[in-house]
Write a protein that binds this ligand. Structure first.
Ligand SMILES: *Cc1c(COP(=O)(O)O)cnc(C)c1O
Length: 388
């Protein structure tokens, strides 16, 4: 069966009511048939639901579909993407360990690496995405894990997953990839050697800006560590959010096709525009890593990054001149959204730190939605003119 079909037909079962759409299991705990069955469930001798912090039919269905898409053996669902990122570190690292991370990671992941993990004696270094030849020299004897995002937020820099898979094998490290921007429909890091795939399901997986969620997918042995850590620290996804997100996955392929084709059309239309310094989109032939994008991604994704002429002030003027696009920090929504990272999501960084990772003052991030593409393009072109 084709994966697009399988993701629609996968369902966790049916009750005696013979419902067609899976019910919502709003229950904190599950009953045991006998004292003996309870004993064997707690002893992990048999599989089954005990308590919704450990597992629930809705979260299990969501994870079954995520495993199918990512080509993973097992997974665990989290309340938010950051809970997943945190457990992806917490379950595998101890005092004295070191993490090698790509320099451009999500803002809260950066705070975790630089402010939270050091409290428990876990250190990290940043590697420059544009200088792969330097990465190996940054691996220390105590390095345990590599953490990256590709494409990165918001500059859309790519990392060669095949190359990184070979590096991690040579040094026997855990490779953890935050696959939020691409989604498993466009890119499956496990196929290139990643051990853990991390998601914020809040973005394209929900796709309509309603609920938060996260997931970690990977090999059975690694996920059992994740499950132990999560079971006893409590960051699990709620059944309601899992119910929403599992349904969302049925439409992920059709939504991503539309996000990607409209994003490519927008990028092509704006490439070389007189009011822009640059347009970044992985499947645009002028994109510096176009060949790599074609090699490891099925399509270019839903995000287009522009650098407007005139810096910070012009970027604000441009955003304020838009009539349709939503001014919000979220992305992966059915509605096109726009963000100015330098004054919002990345404002905690100094100007030097921002410029070092390519977040210039004129940079705006557009998450291309599912509206008619001509309407999206028109609003942007008109606002570029109006903000001159
Ligand atoms: C949004 C995001 C996260 C965090 O996810 P939440 O669901 O907001 O906690 C992590 N990584 C990336 C790349 C993101 O875009």
């Amino acid at each position: 069966m084709n994966k697009d079909t399988e993701i629609i037909r996968t369902q966790s079962g049916q009750s005696q009511n013979r419902e067609h759409s899976v019910p919502l299991y709003l229950t904190s705990s599950f009953t045991f048939e006998s004292a003996e069955q309870a004993r064997s469930l707690f002893a992990d001798e048999i599989e089954g639901n005990i308590y919704s912090r450990f597992s629930n039919p809705n979260t299990s269905e969501f994870i079954e579909k995520m495993c199918l898409l990512e080509g993973a053996e097992d997974g665990f669902a989290f309340a938010t993407g950051m809970a997943a990122v945190f457990v992806g570190f917490g379950a595998f690292l101890q005092a004295g360990d070191h993490v090698l991370a790509a320099r451009s990671v999500f803002g809260s992941s950066h705070q975790l690496l630089t402010k939270v993990l050091p409290k428990w004696g876990i250190t990290s270094s940043y590697a420059d995405v544009s200088k792969p030849e330097e990465w190996e020299s940054l691996i220390q004897p105590n390095t345990k894990l590599i953490f990256i995002e590709t494409p990165s937020n918001p500059q859309l820099e790519l990392i060669d997953l095949e190359w990184l898979g070979n590096l991690k094998r040579k040094h026997n490290l855990i490779l953890s990839v935050d696959n939020c921007f691409a989604t498993p429909y466009l890119q499956t890091p496990i196929a290139f050697g990643a051990d853990l795939v991390i998601h914020s399901a809040t973005k394209f997986i929900d796709g309509q800006g309603r609920v938060l969620g996260g997931a970690i997918l990977g090999r059975k042995d690694l996920i059992s560590e994740v499950r132990f850590f999560a079971r006893h620290t409590g960051p699990s996804m709620s059944p309601f959010n899992a119910w929403i997100l599992s349904k969302s996955l049925e439409t992920l392929p059709v939504r991503m096709d539309r996000h990607c084709s409209s994003a490519l059309a927008l990028a092509e239309q704006l490439d070389g525009h007189a009011e822009l310094e640059s347009v970044a989109y992985p499947f645009l032939p002028s994109f510096p890593q176009y060949e790599l994008a074609k090699k490891q991604m099925k399509q270019g994704g839903g995000i287009v990054t522009l650098i407007v002429k005139g810096g910070y002030e012009r970027a604000h003027k441009f955003i304020d001149a838009l009539q349709m696009l939503s001014k919000t920090s979220n992305l992966g929504d059915s509605r096109t959204t726009i963000t100015h990272p330098a004054s919002t999501t990345h404002s905690k960084l100094t100007l030097e730190e921002r410029e070092a990772v390519g977040i210039f003052d004129g940079l705006v991030r557009i998450s291309v939605g599912l509206e008619n593409k001509e309407d999206i393009i028109q609003d942007i072109e008109r606002a570029l003119e109006a903000s001159k």
